[in-house]
Design a protein around this ligand. Structure first.
Ligand code: ATP
Ligand code: MG
Length: 357
């Protein structure tokens, strides 16, 4: 039976970049007889316009029945005034929690062809290849109670709750140690154990789980120091594991080290390796419809899909190699353009990768 891939293009540049990623995956599907079938559905603002909800039941059903989900991006100014419950972003959060995608893998790789595009000195970032494993379905973004309340003295008080159960920490720790085993076997767990009890528990559970992975070298770092070290000497890291909010912030720092947000893929996985794959950037409404968006983050997300869900590392490496070849040949969308290279459109970049394949 064919393995179904749910394709959710979403809003803004979503449809443009997803079209290029599907072009690349379709080619490999035929070339390597991967046995994949594709089915599309609406999500985000596009789904709200059609059905009044950012995550229609038929889209959720498709995601649940599919092997993996390939997503573009959601949101845009058109839907910004909507109530939180039906905002496009809510569609994404719901898929994550409905499918239990608790482990978010965000590689930050600096392609040697783009060293000049980073904000840091070449000697600090060249050869950079780190992986941030962010807990995605717990922590302060989901903790109860939360809200804004009126105190007796008449002033307002805003509050959120940072909670992690032992089991939630244990499963993200296993995911991170397994990721480290497939890489350079170094894991740094980031917390704020000197101030927050919940991350004291985090440190304790991660250390305990580490006993199952004696081949992985575990270290711990406070989040403020980790932020500094990421900018000062990022190559000291191999894999970083951290909470939902710390991971959100640290992965944006890591993204900036690599030059363009248009180059960075991500995977969000459940306990069995089922997952959703998407670029880390948003729907980029400022450049939507112009054919200038960089599709490489989405194409590299397809490589992660092949590696982590379909167990096709060879196919994944072919894509990553083809991206390298396209960059070597000088193909550049405007976000990564520099003197001496050739400016190409979104589909031009897709074609460059396809030609390399
Ligand atoms: P979100 O809230 O969904 O994360 P955002 O407002 O933070 O969205 P993005 O949509 O990620 O931001 O866009 C940030 C900037 O990066 C914009 O100027 C956008 O044009 C640019 N950008 C994002 N993705 C790409 C891409 N694939 N190619 C080129 N530029 C991009
Ligand atoms: Mg953003």
């Amino acid at each position: 039976m064919a393995k179904k891939i749910a394709v959710l293009a979403g809003d803004g540049i979503g449809p443009e970049i997803v079209a290029e990623a599907v072009k690349v995956l379709s080619f490999l599907n035929t070339d390597m007889a991967l046995g994949l079938s594709f089915e599309t559905a609406l999500v985000g603002g596009a789904a709200y316009d059609a059905f009044g909800t950012p995550l229609p039941q038929q889209t959720l059903n498709l995601c649940k029945n599919a092997e993996a989900v390939l997503l573009g991006a959601v949101g845009g100014p058109k839907w910004e005034a909507l109530p939180h419950a039906v905002r496009p972003e809510r569609g994404l959060l719901s898929i994550r929690s409905e499918l239990n995608l608790f482990s978010n893998l965000r590689p930050a790789i600096l392609y040697p062809q783009l060293v000049g595009a980073s904000t840091l000195k070449p000697e600090v970032v060249s050869g950079l290849d780190i992986m941030i494993v962010r807990e995605l379905t717990g922590g302060i973004y989901f903790g109860q109670p939360r809200g804004i309340r009126l105190l007796e003295n008449g002033e307002q008080q805003g509050f959120n709750t940072l909670v992690y159960n032992e089991s939630e920490i244990r499963r993200i720790a296993h995911s991170a140690f397994k990721t480290a085993q497939k890489r350079h076997k170094k894991l740094c767990s980031v917390d704020k154990a000197n101030v927050l009890e919940v991350t004291e528990l985090w440190r304790q559970v991660v250390t305990e789980v580490g006993k199952d992975y004696p081949d992985v070298q575990l270290s711990h770092m406070y989040v403020d120091n980790a932020a500094m070290q990421l900018v000062r000497a990022p190559k000291q890291f191999d894999v970083i594991v951290t909470t939902n909010m710390f991971g959100d912030i640290l992965s944006d720092i890591a993204a900036m080290l690599t030059g363009s947000i248009g180059m960075l893929p991500s995977a969000s996985l459940d306990a069995n390796g089922k997952g959703m794959y998407e670029p880390i950037h948003g729907s980029a409404p400022d450049i939507a419809g112009q054919g200038i968006a960089n599709p490489l983050a989405t194409i590299l997300s397809v490589a992660m899909l092949l590696r982590y869900t379909l167990n096709q590392p060879e196919a994944a490496e072919r894509i990553e190699q083809a991206v390298n070849t396209a960059l070597d040949a000088g193909a550049r969308t405007p976000d990564i353009y520099s003197d001496g290279t050739t400016q190409v459109s979104t589909s031009g970049m897709g074609d460059a990768v396809l030609n390399a394949l």
